[in-house]
Design a protein around this ligand. Structure first.
Ligand SMILES: C[S@@+](CC[C@H](N)C(=O)[O-])C[C@H]1O[C@@H](n2cnc3c(N)ncnc32)[C@H](O)[C@@H]1O
Length: 281
């Protein structure tokens, strides 16, 4: 079996194989879930990795499928409402959202660390509508320098914010608001509750990686609903989708208890929008 280190990946970048493998298993293990990811199946084959060697816990696999299915629905809605849109996919890893949702008129910009960007370039065929940027989300200079078509913009951060510290997310949300102000902008991301911070080693799928490399950790989570905008008042909360509420009853019940007790779900997908452009802009 090939390991992530054989692919030139280290640290948090190794986590990209986990959601990719889960999506690649969707058709095989959860044919009734209404989600298929042929591009993920192909990528795992090209990488020479059997998906079940990366993730085997059925509830975790289903969790990743539910997350991507939710994000696909919200992404397709934005792309249907906005022609010639831009999608800025942060911590894109081997995201296959482009293959699943990429409307023919949308421009897709994917940001990840240099080793990931290089591996993706070697494995996934190039597409004129898709650009990869090698940068760390812990800095924002790349965003200031980024050439961004002047168009409605959807930012997606799938499976990445939990690995960033709160100060890094606060700074990223501010920089996104600065860069995108004046255009129609929506931001989709997933986040844990604060209860999950520091618990990566117990996660059924990520735990194996964390125990080998303790730099991989869940560093951030929300404590109250006000936290969903990460301190940046130009972002406004539209929707919260409890990912675990869509799991089988014992997990869904547990998730409901956490939400009722603490006021935020244990794990959710969130949609924010930026202040509307001023009239005439
Ligand atoms: C769990 S994977 C998710 C990948 C993809 N979004 C998906 O859902 O399939 C996390 C990704 O975030 C990237 N990442 C983590 N920290 C990052 C940082 N500081 N800057 C850029 N990318 C980062 C990792 O390299 C990895 O590709």
């Amino acid at each position: 079996m090939r390991e992530s280190c054989d692919l030139g990946l280290s640290g948090v970048s190794q986590t990209l194989l986990v959601p990719l493998a889960a999506r690649a298993l969707a058709r095989r293990l959860f044919p009734a879930a209404g989600f298929a990811d042929v591009a993920a199946e192909r990528a795992m084959e090209t990488l020479g990795i059997e998906p079940t060697s990366v993730i085997s816990d059925p509830l975790s696999i289903l969790g990743f499928i539910i997350r991507s299915r939710l994000l696909d629905r919200l992404t397709k809605r934005f792309l249907a409402e906005h022609e010639n849109a831009v999608v800025l996919d942060l911590g894109a890893g081997f995201s296959t959202a482009f293959e699943r949702c990429g409307a023919s008129d949308a421009t897709w910009i994917e940001v990840d660390l240099p080793a990931v960007t290089e591996l993706h370039r070697r494995v996934v065929p190039a597409d004129a509508r898709r650009r990869r940027i090698a940068a760390s989300l812990e800095t924002t200079d790349w965003l200031v320098a980024l050439e961004l078509p002047d168009a409605p913009t959807l930012v997606i951060a799938e499976g990445v914010l939990p690995y960033l510290s709160r100060p890094a997310i606060v700074s990223l949300f501010r920089a996104l608001a600065d860069r995108l102000c004046g255009r129609t902008s929506v931001l989709l991301y997933d986040t844990f509750s604060f209860l999950m911070v520091g618990t990566a080693r117990y996660h059924p799928a990520i735990g194996r990686l964390t125990r080998k490399d303790p730099t991989i950790e869940f560093r951030s989570g929300v404590r109250t609903r006000a936290d969903f905008i990460w301190g940046e008042p130009r972002w406004h909360l539209d929707e919260i989708h409890d990912v675990l509420a869509q799991q089988p009853p014992p997990v869904a019940l547990w998730s409901g208890i956490v939400d009722a007790t603490f006021g935020v779900p244990l794990y959710c997908v969130v949609q924010l929008h930026l202040d509307a452009p001023a009239p005439g802009e």
